[in-house]
Structure formats: C-alpha cells, structure tokens
Design a protein around this ligand. Structure first.
Ligand code: SF4
Length: 739
C-alpha cells in the first residue's frame, strides 16, 4: 500500500480529489490541487448519446464550468446540440449526488463510511466470496457511459487483476446485436460510415430508428442532404421520423427479417444486383440467392402487412445505380432475431454494392456516448483492442503490451449480462459490482431482475447518484465523479475519438471511476500491475499500443492535444499514415472492398425468420412496442430528470399510446388513467389516444420504470441482446394514477 494514499484516505477533513489518488506525492493532506483549466472555453464531447457532439464549456477563473454552448467548429454537430446537450451541466448539481461511500448497516440503512473502510470492505468481501464459492462467483456489470480509459482499466483490473471471470456491460442492452452482426459479416466490429454519408445518399433507409428524437443532430445531417434523397423509414409505429419520411413502411411488428429477405429477392428478380461487387468482394451469395426463393412477393405482403406497391417502390429506391445508406438502431438490435436482421440489412448493402462509397453503408448507430469505446476496450465480450479471448495470439499480444502474465488472461469471454443474472438464480453468482448503470430499472422483466439482485450476498454499486433503483438494493455505494468532472476519451458512432474534459470538481469525496479503480487495485494488492496507468492520458498511450495492428489501429494519434486540434479523429489512424500528414475529417471504411475475414470477403449470413417470442392472445390482445420518448430524456432518467428545463419537455408520468379504435373498444379516453397488464405484472399509465400506433399495437416509453415491469425475458441467440420490443399486454380503465 502506498503510504501517502493511505494518509489521504484516512483524512477525515478537507477535499478528496482524483489528483490526491493519482499523484499522491504532489499533495499534502488538505491541499487542493490546481487541476482545472484557467478561465476561458474548454471543448468537451457530450456525455449522453453516441452522436458525439462537441460542447464548448465556458469556465471561470478557477476553471469551473459556468455554462456551455454548442461547438460550431466540430465536424459532428457544427454548432448544434439537442436539449440534453444544452443541459449537460445540470445533472452535476443534483441534490442526490453520491458524495461519500455508503454502506448498509445492521438496521438496513445506507450510512456514510470513509474510503478506507469502503475499500477494505469491498476487497475483503469479494475475496471472501471468491474463497468460499470460487472465482466464478463474482461478476461485474459495466457501462457505455464512462471514458474509454476507465473501461480498459476496469476490464484489465477485474479480469487480469482480480480474477473475475464474468463481466459484461449495459451495452449488451443496446449494441451487442450490431457487434455480433459486423463481426460475423465483416470479420470485425467495424461500423463503416461517416456522418457525411447522410448528406451523400440518394436513398436513406432508417430501419427501426426514430432518428428525429433519438439522434436529433444526425437528423439535422439528413436534412442537409442535397441529392433529394428518398427517406425510407421502416417502423411499425408512425414515429416523429416516419412522419417526415418520403416512404414509411409500417410493417407488422417483428416481421423485419421477412421484409429484408423479400426485398433481397425482389432486387434479384429485377436484376438490380451489383454483380461485379458481389463477385469481387463477397462470399456466399449463390447460397443466399437460393435461400431467398420462398420469399415471394405474396408471402412478404402477407407476413409484413405491407402493400405490394410500397415494396416495389422500396426496391426501386435501393436498386443498382443509386447511393443507398442503411441505418439501424434499437428497432433492429433489440429483437429476438436482431443479429440476423442486422445481417439481412448488411446483405442488402452488399448485394447492391453499397459499401465503401460516399452515401452508402450498412450502418448501425450506437446508443450511449461511449458504447464504441466499450466495444473495443471494456474487456468483456472481447479482449482489449477488439481482440478475442479465445485467440492465443491475441492473448499473447495483450500480455506483451500490458506486461501481464498470459496465464492471467482468461481463454473465454465469460457470461453475458442475462447469463450473469441467471447465474444469481442458480446460486453461482454471489457478488455483483455494478458500475454506472441501473439494471433495477433498465433490464427486461424488472420484477425478476430486482428479485435476483436481492439474492446476492454482496451488491456494490459505483455511481454518481445515491438514489437510483439499483443503489437502493446495494450493500455498498462507491461515489463516482460524473461527466465533466474527469478527463478521458469517447468514441462516437462514426468511430471518432474525442476528448472529454474536467470542468468541475466532483462533490464531497467522490472520485473519478479511474481513481476508484486505481485504489481498488492497490487495496486488492495488484497496484504494480497498473503502475503505468498513472492517468487517463497515460492510459490512452497504452490503448494506442493495444490497438496497433488491429482494424481499429489509432497508433497515429499523438495525444489528447492532437485529438482536440483535429476535432476528433476516426479510427483507423495508423502511425504509418500519420507520417504523411493529418487525417481527413470524414472517412469511411472498406473503400477498397477488403474486409477483415480470412479471405477478405464479406459474408452473406441468414436464418429462417422465427415468430415473436410472445404472441398476442385473447387475454393479452395488444402488442407492446417500446422506445425513446423524447429528445429531452435519457434512458432511466437518473440524469435528465435532474434538469428543470428538460423536465418541462416530456410527460412526468408514464403514458401509453393507444390507437383510437382500440381506445373505443376498451372505453378509454385521451388522458384517462389505465392499467396495463402482461404476464409479468401490471402498471398504471395515462392513455394517449393517437394514430401513431396501429390497431392492435400500443407504445410505451422506456424511460419510465413501469415499462420494464411488463417486458419479457428474451434475448437474441447470437448477441444475447434483450428483445425489449416484443410482448403481449392487455389494457383497461384504472382508478390508480401512474406514479
Ligand atoms: Fe449530446 Fe447526443 Fe444531444 Fe449531441 S445529440 S448534444 S451528443 S445528447
């Protein structure tokens, strides 16, 4: 144990800062380091969604944030920000910030303890559980909300330092389908696009994506298209985006795969394939074409509920000779057959040659601000640097870069999120460490998820707030700094690495996640393993080395200052390329038609469509769709609910969209209190009678805790991503008010 850190931790008075932990030799007890930037403007990438907008934070003479504005000189947002971005500083000031470690006492109350006690309990309990039940009895759940440097440190510490076998991230809930699809089809998790492709397309296909409110700044990029693009929206619901489309295909819920195969067959029937591209750059097309034969127009019309005319128009819009970009989000990813649906979209792009050229691509748009960082560096489903745990050469390389014995690196990825939770039920997982996520609200079939959390011997939550639903179940809370209170990098949806900057001090003795992980390493007894990980920027240099030689190689990025000077840099940017100048601001992948598979060809992948996991019935006659509610809300609202401005922009209470015909059938009026039931539970909500949903379908927003009391525990077999948008419910009048 470092004696200076011990003295700092034992200090009962005076501020606690990251610098005291990371550079203890520089500080005496009670001294406050001058770490923040001087008065002026600090550029920082927004901490909410994956768009990755740059914000200009205006700071006072002591370096504290005063307010912010959108950065006009950043290629992503060019001076725009959505409501969440404009209010990005508000969550830092919330009254329920976690300011000190909290531990549950004998009376069941969370009570303050100092860091030393918290760390001793954390390490002591977890080591004890590992000793009694085996190393596999402890797991962690990470997040797409922390900086890449923190993700990598957590992943390396947990798996190589603490011997934790099972760790996953909340990115399992939003992105794992895209990861599985890209890895299988392209040989690497490589979203191929640049946002400029929105502006360069002849046809923009938004599949299961309500871009207008989920990624409002990207919708602005669509609006800048100067080619008169056909905008096709594929979504059962008449979303804000669908209402702006030139063609809306309101397909039957979960008939996406049939639609994609039907379109592929129509493209072949019309002789609209890109034969030369298919021959030169793909494998498996002949087999795919034979597989498509049963997907006749009549069958597709019958199964999707779409008209023949709309399908024919769609095929004209995506056929040969046009620049077509396909963009998908959660309507595809959060499905029982999401991976094959994503790959069916990739197939359409491949067979029409729509990859590697301006205005094209099979493009998954990420959700969280750093989901892309998580995909490469969380060390959960993949080994650091986009590698595979099962590959001996990959393990050897990581061992070499980090100076960690190869025997410390697991030979498989461990369990996914749902398997970890199942493991609690089976008595195999006894302790869980949850970092910056809120599974008691966000996981499917919430009552079961909460019951499982309550069965743990030891639940640790590391979070910026002390009041989330998951903290309420915790035995120990480690208080964490928020976005804006620490440095690091995010990677956005178009692979752009950008800097996040510290413009405020964390409250009380809260620390950055980076500093917390470093302290845990010290108390666990593996501090030496991370002696080179002295700061986020020092860690960034390690990440560069971990990326070298991989498709995501960014060894040509010098440092944070380089990222800031270039307004973010998309990977790859190799040291060899850097020798000849600076990167272009917008770059896409696969311009040479070479993929990351063994034969450098992209693969056609397909499976038969399967029925939704839960059919409607007489008792539960309505199909529940879920999704984002407004551009002012973020996930479980632990942050966005803290802004009084944002709170004015969305309904305070849970609501359910009901078609007028269904409202009449169940005698519901607009605004009436209703009860919504599924086999998992019943909740109260307000009816919103609207034609945005078709008869037989209803919609609830994911931001309210009521929604996941209804959803079904079902995951895609390849990605293990939950199918949030597919369960049967019933509805009726209620006397109870929504909470
Ligand atoms: Fe932040 Fe996303 Fe809004 Fe941009 S679009 S300001 S990244 S929340």
């Amino acid at each position: 144990m470092n004696e200076v850190i011990e003295r700092v931790l034992r200090a009962r008075s005076g501020p606690m800062t990251d610098e005291m932990v990371l550079s203890p030799g520089r500080f005496g007890l009670g001294r406050v380091p001058a770490r923040l930037k001087p008065a002026g403007v600090v550029d920082s990438v927004c901490g909410f969604c994956s768009t990755g907008c740059s914000l200009k934070i205006h700071v006072d003479a002591s370096g504290h944030a005063l307010n912010l504005s959108a950065n006009p000189d950043y290629p992503v947002n060019t001076g725009m920000a959505c409501p969440k971005g404009w209010e990005a500083l508000a969550p830092l000031m919330a009254a329920d910030r976690a300011t000190t470690p909290l531990m549950r006492n004998a009376q069941g109350q969370l009570e303050p303890v100092d860091w030393e006690r918290a760390l001793l309990v954390f390490c002591g309990k977890i080591k004890d559980i590992q000793a009694r039940h085996g190393r596999e009895s402890v797991a962690y759940l990470s997040t797409g909300q922390i900086v890449t440097e923190e993700m990598a440190l957590l992943g390396a510490l947990a798996k190589f330092g603490m011997g934790i076998q099972h760790g996953d991230g909340n990115t399992r809930q939003c992105m794992s389908t895209a990861v599985a699809a890209y890895k299988d089809s392209f040989g690497f998790d490589a979203p191929p696009y640049s946002y400029a492709d929105f502006e360069e397309s002849d046809t923009i296909v938004l599949w299961g994506s309500n871009l207008c409110i989920a990624h409002p700044i990207l919708w602005q990029r669509v609006a800048r298209n100067r080619r008169g693009a056909e905008i096709v929206v594929i979504d059962p619901r008449s979303t804000e985006t669908a209402q702006m489309a030139s063609l809306h295909l309101a397909l039957r819920p979960k008939s996406d795969l049939t639609l994609a195969y039907g379109l592929a067959r129509l493209v072949i029937d019309r002789d609209a394939t890109a034969r030369d591209y298919i021959a030169a750059h793909t494998s498996g097309f002949e087999e795919f074409a034979r597989y498509l034969e049963p997907f006749t127009l009549n069958r597709v019309v019958d199964e999707t509920g779409l008209s023949e005319e709309s399908l024919q128009r769609m095929v004209r819009a995506i056929g040969r000779g046009r620049r077509v970009s396909y963009w998908w989000t959660m309507g595809v990813n959060q499905s029982h057959e999401g991976t094959r649906t994503a790959q069916a979209i990739i197939n359409l792009a491949l067979m029409t040659g729509n990859l590697g050229r301006p205005g094209t691509g099979a493009n998954s748009i990420t959700g969280q601000c750093n989901a892309m960082g998580s995909r490469l560096f969380s060390n959960t489903s993949g080994l650091l640097g986009g590698r595979d745990f099962s590959n001996p050469a990959h393990r050897a390389r990581v061992s070499e870069v980090l100076g960690v014995a190869e025997t410390k690196i697991p030979t498989n990825a461990g369990w996914a999120y749902d398997q970890i939770l199942d493991g609690i039920e089976q008595g195999k997982i006894k302790a869980l460490w949850v970092i910056a996520t809120n599974p008691a609200h966000s996981w499917i079939q919430q009552s079961r998820a909460r019951e499982l959390l309550s069965k743990l011997e030891f639940l640790v939550v590391q979070d910026m707030y002390s009041t989330t639903e998951t903290v309420q179940a915790a035995d120990l809370l480690l208080p964490a700094a928020a976005w804006g209170e620490k440095d690091g990098t995010f990677i956005n949806s178009e692979r752009r690495i950008g800097c996040v900057r510290k413009v405020a001090r964390a409250p009380g003795v809260a620390l950055s996640d980076f500093a917390i992980f470093k302290l845990i390493a010290l108390y666990w007894g593996v501090g030496d393993m991370f002696s080179r990980w002295t700061s986020p920027e020092a860690t960034f240099q390690i990440l560069k080395e971990l990326s070298r030689g991989q498709p995501c190689d960014f060894s040509g990025v010098r440092d944070y200052a380089h990222l800031e000077a270039q307004r973010g840099i998309q990977w790859p940017w190799r040291s060899e390329e850097a020798a000849s100048g600076e990167p272009d601001r917008e770059r896409r992948l696969f311009t040479d038609g070479q993929f990351h598979t063994a034969d450098c060809r992209a693969r056609f992948r397909f499976d038969p469509p399967r029925p939704p996991p839960e059919a409607t019935s007489e008792a539960f006659p309505l199909f529940l769709l879920t999704g984002r509610g407004s551009s002012a809300q973020w996930h479980t609202q632990s942050r966005t609910s803290k802004s009084t401005v944002l709170a004015k922009l969305y309904p305070k209470r849970a609501y359910i969209e009901v078609n007028p015909l269904d409202a009449e059938r169940w005698a519901l009026t607009d605004g009436a209190a209703v009860e919504v039931r599924s086999l998992r539970g019943k909740v109260a909500a307000r009816a919103r009678v609207t034609t945005t949903v078709n008869p037989g379908q209803v919609f609830m927003s994911m931001h309210y805790p009521e929604t996941n009391q209804l959803t079904l525990w079902c995951v895609d077999p390849y990605s293990r991503q939950p199918a949030y948008k597919a369960c049967a419910v019933a509805i009726g009048p209620s006397a109870a008010e929504p909470a």
